[in-house]
Design a protein around this ligand. Structure first.
Ligand SMILES: Cc1cc2nc3c(=O)[nH]c(=O)nc-3n(C[C@H](O)[C@H](O)[C@H](O)COP(=O)(O)OP(=O)(O)OC[C@H]3O[C@@H](n4cnc5c(N)ncnc54)[C@H](O)[C@@H]3O)c2cc1C
Length: 467
């Protein structure tokens, strides 16, 4: 019988998994124990502000996280009714990705359901809200300062034993690897040899206090300012709009970014200055005053995040262990990337609950049959989106790109609406493995995998992927 669940990593997928297992399994397993093991000794404060889609917010609400986040008042994030897109060159409005729906109240999947817009919130506040939600469930324990190093299957006991870098160990019935793109659970246990690879893109990020700014924002809550050498996201992240998060999406060589990732030490000042110069060289001559000010500001401590991904098609489970979130499928981020990690956790918990009397392998296969197609499609769509929007181009190509943007956003409006209405709680779980001939079933026919930024309305499948 399943009782002890060991989760490696306390990021979005680890904490969502803990809350999902608690929600779906505790009614059936009274003595359920869920332990989350986190490498860091305290919740990480890095990463700036995260954009959450209506889908992510719906699922966070379901898991009790939005109520906890609300306790942060002004710091619980800013509502985003649209990502407004501008030409950094001319300052003209190009298009927008709408989060407010046709009635202006957000997205829900029926007239009587709750609706959600988008939100931008500091990652640390979201993490603390998730921890608070987990602590309220008596059977979830989070242990900080535990670095997973290896796992061993104990066949005669139907258990898995995990070992930590400090020499301690833990035994459980199920291990869920939620340890991100560099996942040790993937590389050392589930799929050895499956290494993360650089995507060719990096994000340069920072925050600025708006009271220090001389120019006013040209957008309501979030803007994407597109130039021929990347895009600059500018967004508020708190309700009073005291803080602005700025993130430049740049195409860069891996060798060029390698020396720029130090987050502390004497080198930090030089790195920040070098990144500021890079941002300035790409956006400093924008027609938009606020873009010019931000890209030349010395008040921003710029940090670089090279973006790595996990190659598609890798193994997701082995024995009593399964990977979810970035550990399984890190991809170029969109406003929906985190939503995939949360979907994973809810679907996995629901499948395990439904197949509690069967071997774990059955649950894993059904879970994979439900997730693989959507995730693969999202991965390819993300890559296409970044190539189209953030890749360096010449002046003429950039002019064409600007003109096509409005067409793309209009063309994908329908699929975005379906994606934003998606509810992982309601997805049908197959009643037996044989009815789904493994890994080719999409949960969201013409829906989730048609992401908020996807370029096509055709149904998701490996066949229509572009890469
Ligand atoms: C620069 C950047 C910006 C992004 N912006 C957005 C956005 O705006 N919106 C969006 O939806 N998505 C965004 N994403 C994607 C999103 O952040 C990820 O999809 C999401 O965070 C994945 O969550 P995760 O829990 O799977 O992994 P992670 O968030 O990486 O969490 C992994 C956790 O595991 C821990 N860990 C690692 N190794 C070990 C070990 N050996 N033992 C124990 N613990 C370990 C880590 O410390 C960490 O806490 C962005 C991604 C990047 C790189």
């Amino acid at each position: 019988m399943l009782r002890d669940i060991l989760i490696i990593g306390s990021g979005l997928s680890g904490l969502s998994a803990a809350l999902s297992f608690s929600y779906y399994l505790s009614p059936r397993i009274p003595d359920l124990r869920i332990t989350v093991f986190e490498l860091h000794s305290v919740p990480s404060t890095t990463g700036g502000a995260i954009g959450l889609s209506p889908t992510a917010l719906r699922h966070f609400d379901h898991l009790g996280i939005l109520d906890e986040l609300a306790r942060y008042g002004p710091d619980s994030g800013v509502d985003v009714d649209a990502i407004e897109m501008f030409s950094a060159r001319t300052g003209k409005s190009l298009s927008q990705v709408d989060f407010s729906g046709k009635d202006g109240v957000g997205y829900g999947d029926g007239p009587d359901t709750k609706t959600y817009k988008g939100r931008r919130v500091m990652r640390i506040n979201l993490a603390l809200a998730m921890i608070a939600a987990a602590e309220k469930r008596g059977h979830i324990k989070i242990v900080f300062g535990k670095k997973f190093s290896k796992a061993v299957e104990l066949d005669d006991e139907d258990k898995i034993e995990i070992f930590f870098a400090d020499g301690s160990r833990a035994t459980g019935d199920l291990m869920v690897g939620c340890d991100g793109v560099w996942s040790a659970t993937r590389r050392r246990y589930v799929d050895p040899g499956c290494e993360a690879e650089y995507t060719g893109f990096s994000l340069v990020q920072g925050t600025i206090n708006t009271s220090t700014m001389k120019t006013s924002a040209h957008f309501r809550s979030t803007s994407l300012n597109i130039s021929k050498s990347g895009s600059l996201l500018m967004t508020f992240y708190d309700k009073p709009r005291d803080g602005m998060f700025v993130s430049a999406m740049l195409e860069c060589q891996e060798t060029a970014v390698r020396d720029h990732t130090e987050t502390r030490g004497w080198n930090r000042v030089m790195i920040s200055e070098s990144l500021r110069r890079e941002v300035y060289s790409r956006f400093g001559n924008s027609a938009i005053p606020c873009v010019r000010e931000v890209s030349s500001s010395t008040d921003i401590d710029w940090m670089l995040y090279p973006i790595y991904q996990v190659p598609v098609g890798g193994k997701w489970h082995n024995g009593r262990a399964i990977l979810i979130g970035d550990a399984a499928h890190a991809m170029l981020p969109r406003d929906e990337s985190a939503a995939y990690a949360i979907d994973d956790s809810i679907i996995l918990a629901r499948v395990v609950a439904q197949y509690l009397d069967q071997p774990l392998e059955t649950s894993f296969q059904i879970y994979e049959s439900l997730r693989r197609t959507d995730v693969t499609h999202a991965y390819h769509e993300s890559m296409k989106l970044w190539q189209r929007r953030h890749k360096d181009t010449g002046t003429f190509e950039s002019w064409i790109r600007e003109r096509l943007l409005r067409f793309y956003t209009r063309h994908t409006q329908h699929s975005r609406r379906i994606a934003f209405e998606y509810d992982a709680r309601k997805t049908a779980i197959p009643t037996s493995l044989s009815t789904r001939n493994s890994s080719q079933f999409s949960l969201r026919p013409s829906s989730k995998s048609q992401s908020s930024f996807s370029s096509t309305d055709s149904p998701p499948s490996r066949a229509n992927s572009s890469v």
